[in-house]
Design a protein around this ligand. Structure first.
Ligand code: ZN
Length: 141
């Protein structure tokens, strides 16, 4: 991972083959002590796990795609805090060679060629709390 920070507090991030998007951006959030930010990105991946939250069972179902090339059509998310640590929430849609698009809650995404991620740090902070009724870590606002 290589990155630079602009004077507007925006991080321009390049991820290289073999790097995991989620783990890399979480590490970056810890290094830069980010409390609130938006995340966007594009690139190429070949090993991904995406999830779907079931509001009845309150669990995520996960699906893996291994050794398959995808273009990232859209990587979107946010960085907030939970228990005073950066908390990353990302969603991603990807396209295969036929143009079929899959998407979901991002658990894992390994870069195959490059990842071009932009993290826009915002003023202030938003903490999360675990909501028992919904079963998720919600914005505490
Ligand atoms: Zn999600």
């Amino acid at each position: 991972m290589m990155y630079k920070k602009t004077k507007e507090n925006i991080l321009i991030v390049r991820l290289d083959p073999g790097e995991d998007i989620y783990q890399s951006i979480l590490k970056l959030s810890e290094q830069e002590n980010i409390a609130l930010a938006t995340v966007q990105g594009i690139g190429a991946v070949n090993d991904i796990t995406l999830g779907l939250f079931d509001p009845v069972t309150k669990e995520y179902t996960k699906k893996d795609w291994k050794n398959e090339n995808f273009e990232i059509v859209s990587l979107l998310g946010n960085i907030t805090t939970l228990d005073n640590k950066p908390y990353l929430h990302l969603h991603m849609s990807v396209a295969d060679k036929d143009g079929h698009v899959y998407g979901g809650h991002l658990n894992k995404a390994i870069i195959s060629a490059t990842g071009e991620i932009i993290v826009t740090i915002l003023d202030g902070r938003v903490d999360r709390y675990f909501d028992e009724k919904i079963g998720l870590n919600l914005f505490n606002i």
